[in-house]
Ligand binder design. Structure first.
Ligand SMILES: [Zn+2]
Length: 155
């Protein structure tokens, strides 16, 4: 397969993996000099260096090209994470909401018991805005939990 026109070889994947540190379920990019990791894919047909966001590369490895108009967002709210299972294609506003949730730290505060409660209460008809109020969270975070974009390991 090719990403940004460059063939993904075993040595390219080795180079990618060497830059990752696994912390819990997250695969963190070791080079933290920007908000997102940067990965040098190689050189294109004209010999020009071809950089890509590390999380964007990880997403394409598993899912193929990012749908037009969407960007790669994190379910774990960790912008340096490149675990493909923590990535989804979303809109700009999904991405901004992720940042807001992260800023407030509300995701970390919820326990797995609370996540189960949120999902159960939602099936009983409680609205997402009310659940956000009850659990001191944001409606987008509640939505992500209900849609299983967050805490997909909690059943
Ligand atoms: Zn992650």
């Amino acid at each position: 397969m090719k990403i940004k026109g460059i063939e993904v070889t075993d040595s390219l994947l080795d180079r990618f993996q060497a830059k990752i540190e696994k912390v819990g379920n997250c695969w963190l990019w070791k080079n933290k000099n920007s908000r997102y990791g940067r990965f040098q894919l190689g050189r294109d047909a004209n010999g020009e260096p071809t950089p890509i966001s590390a999380h964007h590369f990880a997403y394409e490895l598993l899912n193929g090209p990012v749908p037009k108009g969407l960007q790669v967002c994190h379910t774990c709210d960790n912008s340096l994470c490149v675990n493909p299972r923590h990535l989804f294609a979303g809109t700009q506003s999904d991405n901004i909401q992720d940042c807001c949730v992260k800023g407030r730290g509300s995701l970390q505060k919820l326990s797995t018991e609370e996540v189960k409660d949120i999902r159960e209460l939602h099936t009983k008809g409680l609205r997402q805005v009310d659940l956000a109020e009850m659990f001191s969270s944001s409606p987008s975070n509640i939505n992500n939990i209900i849609k299983r974009r967050h805490f997909d390991y909690v059943d």
